[in-house]
Design a protein around this ligand. Structure first.
Ligand code: ADP
Length: 249
């Protein structure tokens, strides 16, 4: 009985993961197809170059995603490393602008010396993309999404103790009632129309945060907006600079 149960749990976990990957793939394909569409109409060589760079990055991210899936099927974990979050996320500007809508803008708010964190850099980007897409969906009339990083020294509560980096994705959208907030990390929980939401975005965000030895919190008020806050422990490592093959800034 126990073996059957373990098998069932494993199959469920794989199902959740493949669903999450399909969700991310969909976002990346949206970037690529949207980019191709714009490329078709764009004549300015600089703009064309930037569009192509963005699409290359999306394709690379898709490739790293399938690698993660293969790693999981071999029962391996993500590959955390010391990451300079401001640089990593800063490189996503074009990708984010293109994944959102014309009436939704992204602002970055990072201090000059944000501490490094120990995360899988590809997974971090997917998390930010997921959160930004949710924020966009929450602002049907447009608005600004703020992606903020803060150093929080010496935290001390039940979940987090020590030096943390808080990464928040803040919107001024529809917000969430408490009974929704309590369910959003459940896999497949969605309030979106069929075909629009898989309910896997925040489940993936939660998995990322806990696997990175951190946590995720929600601040939200109906009619005012939402802030999704990732708490990630400070890393004592030194981030490598080599990851930014295509610098879009
Ligand atoms: P999906 O986006 O596919 O529905 P998620 O797990 O990312 O799946 O989100 C689950 C639900 O949480 C959404 O359907 C929505 O109701 C709610 N939600 C997530 N992010 C926000 C946000 N920024 N503002 C308001 N509601 C949100």
């Amino acid at each position: 009985v126990e073996e059957t149960l373990r098998q069932a749990q494993k199959i469920e976990a794989i199902g959740q993961l493949t669903g999450g990957v399909a969700h991310d793939f969909n976002n990346l394909l949206m970037v690529i197809s949207g980019g191709l569409d714009m490329l078709d109409r764009q004549t300015d060589p600089n703009r064309r170059r930037r569009l192509m760079d963005g699409m290359i990055r999306a394709a690379q991210r898709g490739a790293s995603l399938t690698k993660q899936l293969l790693a999981f099927s071999r029962r391996q974990k993500l590959r955390p490393e010391p990451v300079d979050v401001a640089a990593q996320i800063g490189g996503m500007r074009e990708l984010l602008d293109r994944s959102l809508r014309g009436d939704v803008h992204v602002e970055f708010d990072f201090p000059d010396s944000l501490w490094p964190v120990e995360v899988d850099p590809g997974e971090l980007e997917l998390v930010i993309l997921n959160l930004a897409v949710n924020a966009r969906d929450a602002m049907p009339n447009g608005g600004t999404i703020v992606v903020r990083g803060e150093n929080l020294p010496g935290l001390n509560d039940d979940e987090v103790a020590g030096d943390y980096v808080r990464l928040s994705v803040v919107d001024t959208g529809v917000g969430m009632a408490p009974e929704i907030q309590s369910r959003v990390f459940e896999p497949f929980f969605t309030t979106k129309d069929v075909g629009k939401g898989s309910g896997l975005g925040l489940a993936q965000v939660h998995g990322f945060a806990t696997q990175s030895r951190g946590t995720v919190r929600i601040q939200s008020e109906v009619g005012r907006g939402t802030s999704i806050e990732l708490y990630l422990p400070r890393s004592s490592g030194v981030p490598s600079k080599e990851r930014h093959l295509v610098d879009l800034t």
